[in-house]
Ligand binder design. Sequence first.
Ligand code: MN
Length: 245
Amino acid sequence: MRILITNDDGIYSPGLAALAAIAASLGEIRIVAPHVEMSAAAHSITSARPLTCKRTPLNGREAYRVNGTPADCVALGLHQWKDAEVVLSGLNLGSNLGNSLWPSGTLAAARQAALMGVRGIALSTPASGEEADFATLRPAVLRALEFLLPLDKVPLVNVNFPSQPPRGMRWTRQSVRHYDGRIVPGQDPMGREHFWFTVTPAEDVEEGTDRWAIENGYVSLTPIRLDLTDESALVLLQAKPTETT
Ligand code: MN
């Protein structure tokens, strides 16, 4: 299997190196990733300037760094390597659960693949305090990939790993009931006011969601769709006349 690997933490992230090492046991890999960290870049693309793609072998593996966004990297990578069969994005240093799927560059890279007709899988792990222990994580990542890669009818999956060896895997849905983003004001050393856009842990986790799976020690697998249409609103709205004449 031909596997394109990218991320949003930048080409020198240890998470990308860990994912590349695991994926190399499953197929032929190539790495195309942002030259700097692009976390929370969402699905932005670079359209006002050209992109450069510089060969940067990584631990002896074929790799390229791009001065663009995660979505740029996937578009460029699939342009250069037309035979790629799947795009893996990660391992992101930080979970991508619930409403963080909106700003996530990790998921956006996988979604860019799905938009181009190639399967995309986003993979994230918690990053609080100590750096993630990739040796401990490796068996769970390998098991998840061995499970997901044969599922060729599922175009886009968001995968999150718990920080400890998991109890198993669960298909989940995105938790959206609680929005956990907030603005926290502060002061710089000169006394000037500034602001952090940060997150607070969501409470009352609903069973069956991505956040629930992680809090209960499971790997969370969420199938993601490309169509943002609100189906129930559409049914209601189409039942009403849109013209008054
Ligand atoms: Mn990131």
